[in-house]
Design a protein around this ligand. Structure first.
Ligand code: AHR
Length: 495
């Protein structure tokens, strides 16, 4: 029997809702088809946005949406995406499939989407191929409330009122697709571009995000932090889980054996080490203002579904992905004092998406259900918790060890305790005994998402993996005992 201790007296930090954030790039069928179908589409839409997708994302509790990229951001020229649609410039999306980008989804459409979703905004600016002036004018166009050339242009294009930018990213992957820069050089560029990201309204501060490291590149973090210091509010880490560790042959999203399942989980669990060590590297650079970590690209990355455009990164999603999502979100919760935001890649039809679409059809992936289960944690207070657990091992991932159980716990303003537990084992359930310090349990509700490691939802059966009521537990005076099934994500709400 594993011991699980929750201490609501140990209040650690607020869990930012933005840890549950998403990312949508002009890549494959994420924006076009997946979210935006245009006003003239037969698919029910409001101002071009699919109603089914918008409603599902709202129900899931999407708090913030990053746009327009990714690699696309560093070749995006925002002026191509404003004004009458018939006059908008077309371009080739060189990173993603070489398809024609007609710029019919631009700045106005993005803010309309966020309005419909009721979520915060995260715009990623172009440092790789854009100028300081271009970035500066974009921010003026979006946020200036007064008489200025860009504010006037915005009004001419139908939006007199300024919008609010919650987060602004100065470049993306500047170590790679965003310009192949060295960290020292990027750090200097960040300061230059960032100077002209003007804040036009003091009551609407823009949180500035510096391009952070690729995986375990701690040198990048240190050098960029040294330059950027308190000019940035966040520095962004990118880490993808690739089961084989080989970009040439990443592994199938649906056809994998037990060893490949284990290596996926083991590699996903590496997030704990990355987050811990990057925070240490950031803390080592001393100054008077706390820059937080952002993980604005994470998730599983497999070979594309057979027969689909390799540049579109379309992949299916199974219970394996749900386990990755469950354990990763628990890791982020546990570091809530240092992590300001995280954005899974990507919202619809790309990589570990929460939604898949095919024409007018829509499917919610197992990952979607995990985000919806965990939404209770948003803006709660993270509390101290600890669980004993078996260690599992992945042969394919150099015999790396990872825990069978990964958990986190939070409390809301009414004193209700929320606990989410992921059982990463493909075959073994785990008996747990939970005790909550100084707590008299009146009532417990629980939910579960579980299945075989290969279980998935598809267009033939979209309800194969769904959240169910969980009953395999016994309430005790100060907690509960429970049997957590293999390959599952379980949530307890304790009143
Ligand atoms: O999410 C897909 C791509 O992965 C993004 O465009 C890029 O930033 C990263 O390499």
């Amino acid at each position: 029997m594993e011991k699980y201790l929750i201490n609501p007296n140990q209040k650690i930090s607020k869990i930012s809702k933005d840890i549950y954030g998403h990312f949508s790039e002009h890549l494959g069928r994420c924006i076009y088809d997946g979210i935006f179908v245009g006003e003239d589409s037969d698919i029910p839409n409001v101002n071009g946005m699919r109603c089914d997708v918008v409603n599902a994302l709202k129900e899931m509790g999407i708090p913030v949406l990053r746009w327009p990229g990714g690699c696309f951001a560093d070749e995006y020229h925002w002026k191509d995406g404003i004004g009458p649609k018939e006059n908008r410039k077309k371009m080739i999306n060189t990173h993603w499939g070489g398809v024609v980008e007609d710029n019919s989804f631009g700045t106005h459409e993005y803010f309309e989407l966020c309005r419909q979703l009721g979520c915060d905004t995260y715009i990623n600016g172009n440092v790789g191929s854009g100028t300081v002036e271009e970035m500066s004018q974009w921010v003026e166009y979006m946020t200036f409330d007064g008489v200025s050339p860009m504010a006037e242009l915005r009004a001419q294009n139908g939006h007199k009122e300024p919008w609010t930018i919650t987060y602004f990213g100065v470049g993306n992957e500047s170590w790679g697709c965003g310009g192949e820069m060295d960290p020292e050089y990027y750090g200097c560029l960040f300061k230059r571009y960032n100077t002209y990201v003007r804040e036009y309204s003091s009551d609407k501060p823009i949180k500035r995000i510096a391009c952070g490291p690729n995986g375990s590149d701690y040198h990048w973090t240190k050098e960029v932090m040294d330059k950027v210091k308190n000019k940035a509010h966040g520095i962004s880490l990118h880490y993808y889980t690739i089961p084989t560790g080989d970009w040439g042959h990443k592994g199938s999203a649906t056809e994998f054996d037990l060893e490949e399942y284990n290596s996926t989980i083991s590699k996903a669990y590496r997030m704990e080490e990355l987050v811990t060590n990057h925070i240490k590297a950031m803390d080592a650079v001393k100054f008077d203002h706390r820059v937080k970590l952002i993980v604005d690209e994470w998730g599983t990355w497999y070979d594309v579904e057979p027969g689909t455009n390799p540049g579109f990164l379309y992949q299916q999603s199974t219970m394996r992905d749900a386990v990755v999502a469950g354990l990763t979100l628990n890791i982020f919760n546990k570091h809530a004092d240092k992590i300001m935001m995280a954005n899974i890649a990507q919202t619809v039809n790309v990589l570990q998406s929460v939604i898949l679409t095919e024409g007018e059809k829509m499917v919610l992936t197992p990952t979607y259900h995990v985000f919806k289960m965990y939404k209770d944690h948003q803006e709660n207070t993270l509390v101290g918790s600890y669980i004993t657990t078996k260690e599992l091992e992945s042969k394919n991932d150099n015999n790396s060890k990872y825990p069978q159980l990964v958990e986190s716990a939070s409390i809301d303003e009414n004193g209700v305790v929320y606990s989410t537990i992921t059982n990463t084992s493909a075959s073994e359930s785990a008996e747990i005994k939970c005790q909550i310090a100084d707590f008299e349990v009146k009532e417990i509700e629980a939910e579960i998402l579980s299945g075989d490691i290969h279980s998935k939802n598809d267009f033939e059966n979209g309800e194969n993996v769904t959240v169910k009521k969980f009953t395999d537990f016994t309430q005790t005076a100060d907690g509960f005992t429970a049997n957590i099934p293999a390959c599952s994500v379980v949530k307890f709400i304790v009143r």
